[in-house]
Ligand binder design. Structure first.
Ligand code: CUA
Length: 190
């Protein structure tokens, strides 16, 4: 009787030791995986930072520099690179209507003159926060021509709901034909 008891307790002790060893190995593997993820993301982001930090003085936006009124809107440089500059302010975008070509990468440079605003163009992945003092830069390609809405999607004050603009996506040839006439384009009625 006592010998079978002793044998049973010996067997369960061995089972416990085995389970402990298995769990120790699993825990070590989890730690190794987390370390590998940390090393990978650290190296990866070091070589490819998520964004540059570029500052601008929100108090002088309208007076001097890149974001003065006559420098806002869409431009095409000699290499055909399309660039849109805009400002968000309580409670409108400047310009209120952007013109961009379809199927061509468009680089946006935008900032805010006052509060934090959100910039998003519906049916696209153009989505960025506009923070006073910082320049947001991103590139988006609009697949289809047509009109898109551009609402502010960050609560910025009592007029937030009324803050929205439009994006007119033109077929690339139609866009290029328009470029010749004006240096800086928008679809704001003048
Ligand atoms: Cu601007 Cu909400």
């Amino acid at each position: 009787m006592t010998s079978t008891n002793a044998a049973a307790s010996h067997a369960s002790e061995a089972a416990a030791a085995g389970a402990e060893r298995r769990w120790a190995i699993i825990v070590m593997m989890i730690i190794a995986l987390l370390l590998a993820m940390m090393i990978f993301t650290g190296l990866h982001w070091a070589s490819m930072p998520p964004s540059r930090v570029e500052t601008v003085d929100p108090r002088t936006l309208h007076v001097s520099g890149e974001f003065v009124e006559n420098n806002l809107g869409t431009t095409v440089d000699a290499n055909g690179k399309v660039m849109v500059r805009l400002i968000a302010q309580q409670y409108s975008f400047e310009p209120q209507c952007l013109v961009v070509p379809a199927g061509v990468p468009v680089t946006f440079r935008a900032t805010s003159a006052d509060a934090i605003h959100g910039f998003v163009v519906d049916k696209t992945n153009a989505n960025v926060m506009l923070i006073p003092g910082f320049v947001a830069t991103f590139t988006a390609t609009f697949k289809e021509s047509g009109e898109r809405l551009m609402p502010c999607h960050e609560y910025c004050g009592t007029g937030h709901e009324a803050m929205w603009g439009r994006v007119q996506v033109l077929p690339a040839d139609e866009f290029l034909a328009k470029v010749k006439g004006a240096e800086r384009m928008s679809c704001v009625p003048r």
